[in-house]
Design a protein around this ligand. Structure first.
Ligand SMILES: *Cc1c(COP(=O)(O)O)cnc(C)c1O
Length: 357
């Protein structure tokens, strides 16, 4: 099989060793005589998997004692609703940053439960930067931010500190770089962008801040109840949690988040240097807000796309077609993508520039 360089935006590349071990578990988990996906989630082996998967997030992100980790379902999309249910009091007001498509999705859901003030918005420049939040006093229940805008290729380098709780959708850059989690009361992240397969979403919660909205919260969305039941209030997505656990072990064994951050920086620098140095291409995001996870770029002359696409295919480069709202290309460089894959892409960019420049 020829090597494929997988730049997919999500679901996305996972470490090969993880895929191998995960596939074995479908036949038989360790030496239990049972497949992972045909055993009870209340069995000893699965309880150990859930416990380790939660603990690894705590360790890798250096979470404070009062933070809990959950593996739930419904994707980040249900997180859009879980956030206001748990943090927005009845009749309360929340502040949101509209930095892209997913942020807008979060705003839409929050409006179901209360008043939303958009305190920063990059819409008029097609979200090519992270907008500053407005100056002034914040008396909102919380501020919601999206740490990495998967579609537009922008990323917070430092987060705003408005003096109220901050909630973060960290779906597409969780565990890609060191972040002080204690600046957030809630982090949620769909696993399929950087830490596992589709089917589970990680919540990182300051449990001291729960239970203060006075709302009746639907059982599944009530993070306090989920914590109480140790993320097993209902049947958890056993396979997805297991693959997350394996991916987190891989990350730990590679040296943890700091080591990962340095690799991710090397990959991003390699690609952005080519985007900037190659006369055929132009980047979408303003350089100071460029994402190390998703790089968005296009040809100055878009008629070159069909030739480039054929060259990419020939080189085994997959999944870099841009999202329809930005056009051009998007190279997603999540944790498991090796530097060699970025080099392969850069080589094709150089090649087309030599022949067409
Ligand atoms: C992909 C993505 C989502 C949506 O995730 P689902 O798990 O599909 O609901 C939300 N936010 C961000 C930043 C994303 O990248």
């Amino acid at each position: 099989m020829p090597q494929i360089h997988n730049f997919s935006a999500g679901p996305c590349i996972l470490p090969k060793t993880v895929l191998e071990q995960a596939s074995r578990s479908v036949i038989e988990l360790d030496n239990t005589g049972l497949s992972l996906i045909e055993m009870s989630h209340r069995s000893k082996p699965f309880e150990a998997i859930m416990a380790e998967a939660r603990q690894l997030v705590k360790d890798l992100m250096h979470l404070p004692e009062n933070y809990e980790v959950l593996y739930l379902q419904g994707g980040a999309t249900l997180g859009f609703l879980a956030a206001p249910y748990n943090f927005l009091p009845e009749g309360g007001k929340a502040a949101y940053v509209n930095s892209g498509t997913w942020a807008k999705g979060a705003i839409k859901e929050a409006k179901l439960l209360g008043e939303v003030e958009v305190v920063a918005n990059s819409e008029t420049s097609n979200h090519n930067h992270i907008p500053d939040i407005r100056a002034g006093v914040y008396d909102h229940a919380y501020l919601h931010v999206t740490s990495n805008n998967t579609i537009f290729g922008t990323q917070y380098k430092t987060f705003p500190k408005p003096g109220i709780p901050v909630i973060c959708d960290m779906s597409s850059d969780i565990l890609s770089k060191e972040v002080d989690a204690s600046q957030f009361d809630l982090i949620y992240a769909g696993a399929q962008k950087n830490m596992g397969p589709a089917g589970t979403v990680v919540y990182i919660v300051n449990k001291d801040k729960l239970g203060k909205t006075g709302r009746k919260i639907p059982t599944y969305l009530d993070l306090a109840q989920q914590i109480d039941k140790e993320s097993m209030l209902n049947t958890p997505p056993v396979f997805a949690v297991y693959v997350c656990m394996l991916t987190l072990r891989w990350l730990r064994d590679l040296g943890g988040v700091k080591a990962m951050e340095m690799i991710n920086e090397a990959k991003a620098n390699l690609l952005y240097n080519e985007i900037d140095g190659n006369p055929l291409f132009v980047g979408h995001a303003v350089p100071e807000f460029r994402s190390n996870m998703n790089a968005t770029f296009r040809f100055k002359d878009e008629s070159l796309e069909p030739i480039f696409d054929a060259m990419l295919k020939e080189a085994g480069i997959s999944g870099i077609k841009g999202h329809r709202s930005v056009g051009g290309y998007r190279a997603s460089m999540y944790n498991a993508l090796p530097l060699e894959s970025v080099q392969a892409l850069v080589d094709v960019m150089k090649e087309i520039s030599t022949s067409k420049g």
